[in-house]
Design a protein around this ligand. Structure first.
Ligand SMILES: *Cc1c(COP(=O)(O)O)cnc(C)c1O
Length: 401
């Protein structure tokens, strides 16, 4: 077989860790739905396979495939994105350590930190992570074990310069983790930019079909990979073989899907921007947030840092005479789309719409991470963009503006 390490990302996505089954030649990796394995003698598991919490051939195939696509030495997959984040933090943080996070992180990550890790003795601080000067200042104030980066962030699509903040963090001996769920390994390569670890919710673009919950931790650093693998086996938040098979299948087509998500989203964002006017209460929209728009404050960094697209996520803020009317417009719009399905989550082939303040980000209401009440988040799918635009147009028309 040709040397996959010199093959391109899309080739690695299809072949790495996916050798035909040695027994039957099956081209698709079998779902090894087994908890245990017959041993060749006492204490002599065949090829190291002893028990599926520790090792499973389907899961290992996905780990090798994902590591190859990311260009990472180590990948460990989990039963959810939050299980991956939990194990990374719990295996490498100790009570007394501090973590610095952006002011616009995934609500579930914030909840895990604030409600589980803080009572356990970890200090949590929040910074405007899109501003390297603010990050540098915060890093000089205190010793942090981790700087936690999400870019593009959720739901406001803020952009952080990974190379810039990684350089600042490393000066202070702080490790950098990038939650790369929104960009996926196709559009952004945090390890190459200086991050120490990457986490994914594979539930989103990697699985890609809204049919599996999963997560992963990737790194080149054995000092992170080893405790993560140890705690995974010790605590057991493993994906099932069927989950791993769905992730394998999704990852094979990730590049094609992400290019289409990105081109659809760019076209819709440009169109919606023509409907926005921050100073005009009768305009349907106040603001469109998409890193591919030149009006986005992080556009230049995103254009440099992201590789061939800006992703499929758009957030829009609704207009209105006052806050109540803006909120009502956002809610009405989210309930008026037809192709865009009203649902949490993102990254699947089908377009979704949601109201973060009342749905995905309800857990951060009343905190410094609270999101605007007139905000609606769109996960743009891979349908025909003309149909998507027509659906959004009829939902804007339903506002009666
Ligand atoms: C969904 C998501 C998570 C959590 O992943 P689960 O698979 O739902 O546990 C973490 N980070 C980001 C950015 C997400 O979108």
């Amino acid at each position: 077989m040709t040397n996959l390490s010199s093959a391109s990302r899309s080739t690695r996505a299809i072949h790495a860790g996916q050798e035909p089954d040695p027994v039957t030649g099956a081209v698709s990796t079998p779902i090894y739905m087994t908890s245990t394995f017959k041993q060749d003698g006492v204490g002599r598991p065949r090829n190291g396979f002893d028990y599926s919490r520790s090792v499973n051939p389907t899961r290992n195939g996905f780990d090798r495939q994902l590591a190859a696509v990311e260009g990472a030495e180590f990948a460990t997959s989990f039963s959810s994105g939050l299980a991956a984040i939990d194990v990374l933090l719990r295996s490498t943080l100790r009570p007394g350590d501090a973590i610095l996070i952006g002011n616009d992180v995934y609500g579930g990550t914030y909840r895990l930190l604030a409600k589980v890790f803080v009572p356990w003795g970890v200090t949590l601080d929040v910074v405007d992570i899109t501003d390297p000067a603010a990050v540098g200042h915060a890093l000089r104030e205190k010793d942090y074990r981790y700087l936690w980066v999400e870019t593009p962030s959720n739901p406001l699509l803020g952009i952080t310069d990974i190379a810039a903040v990684s350089a600042l963090a490393h000066e202070r001996g702080t490790n950098v983790v990038v939650d790369n769920t929104f960009a996926s390994p196709i559009l952004q390569h945090p390890l190459a930019d200086g991050a120490d670890a990457v986490v994914y919710s594979t539930t989103k673009y990697i699985g890609g079909h809204s049919d599996v919950i999963g997560g992963a931790v990737l790194t080149n650093d054995p000092a992170i990979a080893e405790p993560v693998a140890f705690l995974q086996n010790a605590a057991g938040a493993v994906p099932s073989p069927f989950d791993s098979w769905l992730d394998i299948r999704g990852l094979k087509t990730l590049e094609l899907r992400v290019r289409r998500h990105s081109s659809n989203a760019l076209e819709l964002a440009r169109w919606m921007e023509t409907l926005a006017d921050p100073d005009e209460p009768s305009a349907p929209l106040e603001r469109v947030w998409y890193p591919g728009l030149e009006s986005h404050p992080g556009h230049d960094v995103a254009a440099r840092q992201m590789d061939g697209g800006f992703g499929g996520m758009i957030s829009i803020q609704f207009g209105g005479a006052n806050d109540d009317e803006k909120f009502a417009n956002a809610k009405k719009f989210a309930e008026s789309t037809e192709l865009f399905t009203l649902a949490e989550s993102l990254g699947g082939v089908e377009s979704l719409v949601e109201h973060p303040g009342a749905m995905t980000h309800a857990s951060v209401s009343g905190t410094t991470l609270e999101v605007p009440s007139n905000l609606v988040r769109l996960s743009v799918g891979i349908e025909d963009v003309r149909d998507l635009q027509a659906d959004l147009a009829q939902a804007f028309a339903a506002l009666g503006k």
